[in-house]
Design a binder for this molecule. Structure first.
Ligand code: NAD
Ligand code: LMR
Length: 443
C-alpha cells in the first residue's frame, strides 16, 4: 500500500487518518499549499509510484466522501487515491483509470465481507435500523450496513431526506433490502414502521459539536431526541440491541436505560454506548507511533466517551512495544482529544462522521455476529456495569453473545498512570450519568 495523496479540504486527512488501515493519508488543500506546490507534490508522488510500479491503481476524485471508507475495506485493491484540483474537470483526465477503479470497486462489493470478518455460522439474516440515517454518520453507516452479509433488511429513518438516501443505497447489489422512512413523508408511522421487530437499532441521530463546544453542550438538544427515539424502540422492537452513538454518550446511555425502564422493557444486556471510535483511534495512533501493522494492533479503551473519561490502556496494548512515559502521555491525550481534533479540522462543519460510521458499522457487525452465534466476540463498550464502584455505567471489554452482553470484563491491571486517569475521570463520569438519569426521570 502506498501513500495516497488527497486533494480537497484541509480536514480530509484528519478525518480519514483515524480509520484503522495500513494506508497512510496525506492531504493537499488549496488553502494550505499553493497550486504549484500541489502540482509538484503530485508529480513527485506520481514518479515514485511509477518507479515502484504501483501507479496502475489510482482513483481520481475531486471530492472525498464515503468512497474514502474503501481505504480500509479494499486496501489491498486500492494502492493510491490520487486527487485532482477541483477546478480541473474530469474530462481533462483519461477515462481509463476512472473506469478501471469503478470496475474494481464494483467487483470489490462481492468481497465486502472483508470488513465484516467471520460469518461462517450464518443461519439467518437480521433487521437493522439506522436512526438519523440522512446525517453525516447515518449515510456512510447505512452504506456499510448494506454491505454486511448478516443484514437482510435495512431500514433508514430520519426526520427528512431518507427516501433519497434509501433509493441510493438500495441500488448496491448486496442482499439487504433497503427502505427509507421519514417523519416528513410518513408522519408518526415512519418511525414505527422503521423499527417494527428490528434486531439491531443504530442511533446516530442528533446534533454534532462545533469548535469550542464540549459533548455535554449537546445535551440540551440530543437528550430529548434520544429519549423520544428510545421510547419508540421500546414500543416497536423491545428485544432489539440498541447501539447509542448520539452524544453525550456518557449521558445518553443512562437516558436510554431509564426510558426503557419506564416502559418496562429494560434489558441491560442489550443497551450499548458505542465507544468503538476511541478504540479505533487508539489502535491507529499506537500503530503509527511504533511502526506496527495497524490491523494487528489491539488497545483496550475504558471509561466513557468524553475527554478525560476516555482512558486508553497502552500498558495492555498488543503487540507489546516499548513506550516511554512521554509517549504514553502523548498517545493518551491524542486519543482523548481525537474527537476535538476532527471538530477543529472541520472548522464548523461538524464532527467525525466517516471514521465514526466505520466504527459504528464494526460495532454493529460485532452485535450481529454474536447474535448469530459466533463465539469469542469481544468489544469495548459503555454498558451498565459494576466493574468500577461508584459509577453505574462504564466501558470495558465485553464478551457479546446471542442475547447481548455475556460477560463484562474487568479493567485488568492498571499502571499508576492509568489508575490516576481512572481516579481523575470519576467525578465527571458520575455527574454525566446522574444528569442523564435525572433528565429521563423528569427530575
Ligand atoms: P448530523 O447533523 O450530520 O446528522 C444527524 C442526523 O440526525 C440528521 O440527519 C438529523 O436530521 C437527524 N435527526 C435529528 N433529530 C432526529 C430525530 N428525532 N429522529 C431521527 N433523526 C433525527 O450529525 P452527525 O455528524 O451524524 O452526528 C450525529 C451524532 O453523533 C452527534 O450527536 C455526534 O456528536 C455523535 N457522534 C458520536 C460519536 C461517538 O463516538 N459515539 C462519534 C461521532 C459523532
Ligand atoms: C468523536 O469522538 O469524534 C465524537 O464524540 C464527536 C465529537 O464531538 O467529538
Amino acid at each position: 500500500t502506498t501513500t495516497p495523496n488527497v486533494y480537497n479540504t484541509s480536514s480530509t486527512t484528519t478525518v480519514l487518518s483515524h480509520l484503522v488501515g495500513d494506508t497512510k493519508m496525506e492531504s493537499y488543500a488549496r488553502g494550505k499549499h499553493t497550486h504549484k506546490e500541489n502540482e509538484r507534490k503530485k508529480e513527485k508522488h506520481k514518479t515514485k509510484l511509477v518507479k515502484k510500479r504501483h501507479a496502475t491503481r489510482s482513483i481520481f476524485s475531486s471530492s472525498m466522501g464515503p468512497i474514502s471508507l474503501f481505504k480500509v475495506q479494499f486496501r489491498s485493491e486500492i494502492s493510491s487515491y490520487f486527487c485532482i484540483p477541483r477546478r480541473k474537470t474530469l474530462t481533462s483526465i483519461t477515462e481509463t483509470p476512472i473506469m478501471a477503479s469503478t470496475r474494481r470497486l464494483l467487483k470489490s462489493v462481492s468481497s465486502s465481507a472483508r470488513l465484516f470478518s467471520n460469518h461462517q455460522n450464518q443461519t439467518r439474516g437480521y433487521k437493522v435500523a439506522v436512526l438519523g440515517a440522512a446525517g453525516g454518520i447515518g449515510q456512510p453507516c447505512g452504506l456499510l450496513m448494506k454491505m454486511n452479509p448478516l443484514v437482510t433488511e435495512l431500514r433508514l429513518y430520519d426526520i427528512a431526506g431518507t427516501p433519497g438516501v434509501a433509493a441510493d443505497v438500495s441500488h448496491i447489489n448486496t442482499k439487504a433490502q433497503v427502505k427509507g422512512y421519514s417523519q416528513a413523508d410518513d408522519g408518526e408511522d415512519g418511525l414505527k414502521n422503521a423499527l417494527k421487530d428490528c434486531d439491531l437499532v443504530i442511533i446516530p441521530a442528533g446534533v454534532p459539536r462545533k469548535p469550542g463546544m464540549t459533548r455535554d453542550d449537546l445535551f440540551k438538544i440530543n437528550a430529548g431526541i434520544v429519549k423520544g427515539l428510545v421510547e419508540a424502540c421500546a414500543e416497536n422492537c423491545p428485544k432489539a440491541m440498541l447501539n447509542i452513538i448520539s452524544n453525550p454518550v456518557n449521558s445518553t446511555v443512562p437516558i436510554a436505560a431509564e426510558t426503557l425502564k419506564q416502559k418496562g422493557v429494560y434489558d441491560k444486556k442489550k443497551l450499548f454506548g458505542v465507544t468503538t471510535l476511541d478504540v479505533v483511534r487508539a489502535k491507529t495512533f499506537y500503530a503509527e507511533k511504533k511502526g506496527l501493522e495497524t490491523a494487528k494492533v489491539d488497545v483496550p479503551v475504558i471509561g466513557g466517551h468524553a475527554g478525560v473519561t476516555i482512558l486508553p490502556l497502552f500498558s495492555q496494548a498488543t503487540p507489546k512495544a516499548a513506550l516511554t512515559d512521554d509517549e504514553i502521555d502523548a498517545l493518551t491525550k491524542r486519543t482523548q482529544d481525537g474527537g476535538t481534533e476532527v471538530v477543529a479540522a472541520k472548522a464548523g462543519k461538524g464532527s467525525a462522521t466517516l471514521s465514526m460510521a466505520y466504527a459504528g458499522a464494526l460495532f454493529g457487525d460485532a452485535c450481529l455476529r454474536a447474535k448469530n452465534g459466533e463465539a469469542g466476540v469481544v468489544e469495548c463498550t459503555y454498558v451498565e456495569s459494576d466493574v468500577v464502584p461508584g459509577v453505574e455505567f462504564f466501558a470495558t471489554k465485553v464478551s457479546l453473545g446471542r442475547e447481548g452482553v455475556e460477560k463484562i470484563h474487568g479493567t485488568g491491571a492498571l499502571t499508576a498512570y492509568e489508575q490516576a486517569g481512572l481516579d481523575g475521570m470519576m467525578s465527571e463520569l458520575k455527574d454525566s450519568i446522574q444528569k442523564g438519569l435525572d433528565f429521563a426521570k423528569g427530575a
